[in-house]
Design a protein around this ligand. Structure first.
Ligand SMILES: CC(C)(COP(=O)(O)OP(=O)(O)OC[C@H]1O[C@@H](n2cnc3c(N)ncnc32)[C@H](O)[C@@H]1OP(=O)(O)O)[C@@H](O)C(=O)NCCC(=O)NCCS
Length: 259
């Protein structure tokens, strides 16, 4: 993985790795994930960066999932960390820069990832993935590097079947389908809970590089929610079913493997 990380930052010298969270959390983090140095910003000392993160997040999630300020403070910054890929704002599309009220010289957020620490040691729950710099796999890289900064060996998260983010999530490896989303999530009916095992870093690196992909045994259109609900029920009843890389095909099918 170290080689892949080095290669990414060599190809993209405009991108810098950073972490934003309560100052007290700094010492718990690995701020050199896979050999790449990350700059830590204490949230209480960098209110402008917090504002920029919020603006970037609101741009990426404009509707029902918009981020409330209190969630950002109480649930993102205080208990944890936001992993960031930063760049000069000139790297962003001019219209986006304007929307975010940034000048070309400002520091901008290219991509960001948040996972909420959980009561299970080594496990966190993926909460928010955004990228404003498409086509360079910024989403997959910020997710990988944040997970490593948090020293996780397992991740659970909620994803929408038809969201291209499924392609990003499968860069960490196959997604074991856990079941439907508990509670009153706004997108519950089109979402699923997945789990990624991160304990084998070689397998994780293979997935990042799209190597050794286990073949799917079944494809279901990401919009066929009735069929996918049956998959969720079977997973909840103990069957091992995975969304395998690349997760979604170009026709919009979810790639599943039943074991
Ligand atoms: C999802 C998101 C983070 C991806 O950003 P990114 O990492 O910059 O995306 P990239 O352009 O590098 O593309 C990543 C992958 O998705 C695919 N993809 C991107 N947009 C796509 C689209 N509209 N349709 C199909 N596939 C698409 C790319 O082909 C690429 O696939 P690959 O990994 O197999 O090469 C970004 O689009 C975003 O912020 N979306 C809004 C917020 C969101 O929905 N977050 C996820 C919540 S679970």
């Amino acid at each position: 993985m170290k080689t892949l990380v080095e290669d990414f930052f060599t190809r993209h010298p405009e991108i810098r790795l950073a972490a934003l969270g309560a100052g007290a959390n700094e010492s718990a983090l690995d701020l050199c994930p896979f050999g790449q140095k990350a700059q830590f910003f204490a949230a209480e000392k960098h209110p402008q960066l917090v504002e920029r993160y919020r603006a970037a997040n609101q741009y990426a999630f404009p509707g029902a999932l918009a981020l409330p300020g209190w969630v950002l403070s109480d649930l993102y910054l205080l208990p944890g960390v936001i992993g960031l890929l930063m760049c000069d704002a000139r790297e962003l599309k001019p219209a986006l820069r304007k929307k975010l009220d940034l000048t070309a010289e400002d520091e901008a957020i290219a991509a960001a990832y948040v996972a909420a620490p959980s009561v299970v040691p080594g496990l966190a729950i993926g909460v928010s993935l955004i990228s404003l710099l498409p086509a360079i796999h910024a989403g997959a890289w910020v997710k990988t590097l944040t997970i490593k900064m948090m020293r996780l060996n397992k991740l659970r998260g909620v994803a929408q079947w038809a969201n291209p983010a499924v392609r990003v999530h499968t860069r960490m490896g196959p997604l074991r389908v856990v079941g439907s989303v508990p509670g009153t999530h706004e997108f519950r009916s089109k979402s699923f809970v997945y789990e990624t095992d991160l304990s084998d870093e070689e397998a994780w690196a293979d997935a990042m590089g799209r190597k050794k992909e286990p073949p799917p045994t079944r494809k279901i259109a990401a919009t066929h929610l009735d069929e996918l609900a049956v998959i969720l029920e079977r997973a909840e009843n103990g069957e091992r079913i995975y969304v395998v890389p690349p997760g979604l095909d170009t026709s919009g099918n979810v790639l599943l493997r039943e074991e």
